[in-house]
Design a protein around this ligand. Structure first.
Ligand code: SF4
Ligand code: SF4
Ligand code: FES
Length: 351
C-alpha cells in the first residue's frame, strides 16, 4: 500500500492520486481556486501549494502526484506566507469590493482572504478597469472580479464541450492572446447553459435573473429533480421567501454531476407564473369553470368508467410523460393496467 506523511500523520493513497486527492480523502483541507475536477483543470493559480520535503520549491497539490514516502506539509509557515502573497496579488489585480458584489458570502477569494488574514491591499498602480460584458440576457461577466483561474474556460470547453470561450486562455506561461487573458465568450457558440457561471469561484460571472434578489445567506437550498426531460438532473433551488431566485446543479451526484442545460438552470419562471393552473377546470357549455379536486377526479373517473362499460378496456389508453418522475410514470401505468384493464400505455419523449 502507498503511503505518505501528511502534516505529521501517515496516510495511505491510491496510485495515481494527487496530493490534493490524497489529502481530501483523509479530510485534510487544502484551498483551491482554479482546480476543476470534472475537466482535470489544474495548476494555474498555485493557491494549493504545499511543502514537500526535499523539493526545491513549493508544489501545487492539485497537479502533483502523491508519492510513496513523501513528507508533505499543507500549512507550514512558508506555505501560508506564499498563499497570503498570492491572495494579495489577486486582490490588487481586481476590483473586489464585497459590499457591492452579488457573490458576497459565496466567493472563494473572499473566504480565503478572511482565512489568511489578508488586510488593506491597495489596487495595483496602473490598474485599468476591465470590461463588463452585458451582451446576453442570462449572464453578466464582470472581468474586474476575474481571478483568471480558467475554470469557466475548462467548464465550457471540456465539461459541456460547447467551445464558446476560446483558447488560448489559461496558463500564464503561454504567450498572452491579443485580447489579454480575459475569458470572453463567443456568443455565436454559447448555448447559455451557465456551466461557466457555476464554475466561477468569485463574482465575475453571475446569473442576471438572480441579481438583487437575495444575499447568499438569505436563501435556503432545496434539492429537487429538473422537471424538463427524462434525464433527471439534480438541482438546487435557491429559495427566499418561498420564491425561487436561482437554480444550480448538485455537484458530485449522478446523473448530471452539477451540469444543467439552459432550461434547467434558467427556465424556472413558470413556478411563480401568475397564470399557472393551480385549480382543476371543468368545461361546461363550451366554457371552463374552476372546480375542486374531488369533483374533478370524480368526473374523470365516472367518464372513464362509462367508456369502459360501453366500449371495453381497449377503448382506453394512457399517455404519460418524461417530464414526470419515475414514480409518477409508474403510478400511471399501474392505473392504466389495473384500473382501465389494458396495456395501452405509452410515453411521450419530451412533452
Ligand atoms: S453559458 Fe455554457 S456555452 Fe455559454 S460560455 Fe458558459 S459554459 Fe460556455
Ligand atoms: S470568469 Fe470566473 S471562472 Fe472564469 S477565469 Fe475569471 S474568475 Fe475564473
Ligand atoms: S488549485 Fe492548484 S494550482 Fe490552482
Amino acid at each position: 500500500m502507498n503511503s505518505l506523511t501528511l502534516n505529521g500523520k501517515n496516510i495511505s493513497f491510491e496510485p495515481g492520486q494527487t496530493i490534493l486527492e490524497a489529502a481530501r480523502t483523509h479530510g485534510v483541507d487544502i484551498p483551491t481556486l482554479c482546480h476543476l475536477q470534472a475537466a482535470d483543470h489544474k495548476g494555474v493559480c498555485r493557491i494549493c501549494v504545499v511543502e514537500v520535503q526535499g523539493a526545491d520549491r513549493l508544489l501545487p497539490a492539485c497537479a502533483t502526484p502523491a508519492g510513496d514516502g513523501m513528507v508533505v506539509d499543507t500549512h507550514s509557515s512558508k506555505v501560508v506566507q506564499e498563499r497570503k502573497m498570492l491572495l494579495e496579488l489577486l486582490v490588487a489585480n481586481g476590483d473586489h469590493n464585497c459590499l457591492f458584489c452579488e457573490a458576497n458570502g459565496d466567493c472563494k477569494l473572499q473566504a480565503l482572504v478572511y482565512e489568511y488574514g489578508v488586510k488593506n491591499v491597495a489596487r495595483r498602480a496602473g490598474y485599468e478597469q476591465r470590461p463588463i460584458d452585458d451582451a446576453t440576457p442570462m449572464i453578466l461577466r464582470d472581468f474586474n472580479k476575474c481571478v483568471l483561474c480558467g475554470r469557466c474556460v475548462a467548464a465550457c470547453n471540456d465539461v459541456q464541450v460547447n467551445n464558446a470561450i476560446p483558447y488560448p486562455f489559461g496558463r500564464r506561461e503561454d504567450k498572452p492572446p491579443v485580447t489579454g487573458w480575459l475569458p470572453v465568450a463567443d456568443y455565436d457558440r454559447c448555448v447559455h447553459c451557465g456551466e461557466c457561471v457555476q464554475a466561477c469561484p468569485v463574482g465575475a460571472l453571475l446569473e442576471k435573473k438572480a441579481l438583487g434578489k437575495a444575499m447568499t445567506w438569505q436563501t435556503q437550498k432545496v434539492r429537487t429533480t429538473c422537471p424538463y426531460c427524462g434525464v433527471g438532473c439534480q438541482m438546487w433551488l435557491h429559495v427566499k421567501d418561498n420564491q425561487v431566485v436561482k437554480v444550480t446543479g448538485v455537484e458530485d451526484v449522478l446523473p448530471n454531476r452539477g451540469r444543467l442545460c439552459v432550461k434547467g438552470r434558467f427556465g424556472y419562471d413558470f413556478v411563480h407564473a401568475p397564470d399557472r393552473l393551480t385549480t382543476p377546470l371543468i368545461k361546461e357549455n363550451g366554457a371552463f369553470r374552476e372546480a375542486g379536486w374531488d369533483e374533478a377526479l370524480g368526473l374523470v373517473a365516472s367518464r372513464f368508467s362509462e367508456i369502459k362499460a360501453a366500449h371495453g378496456p381497449q377503448s382506453l389508453a394512457g399517455f404519460t410523460s418524461a417530464r414526470a418522475t419515475n414514480e409518477e410514470n409508474y403510478l400511471m401505468q399501474k392505473l392504466v393496467r389495473t384500473g382501465f384493464g389494458t396495456n395501452n400505455i405509452d410515453h411521450c419523449a419530451r412533452l
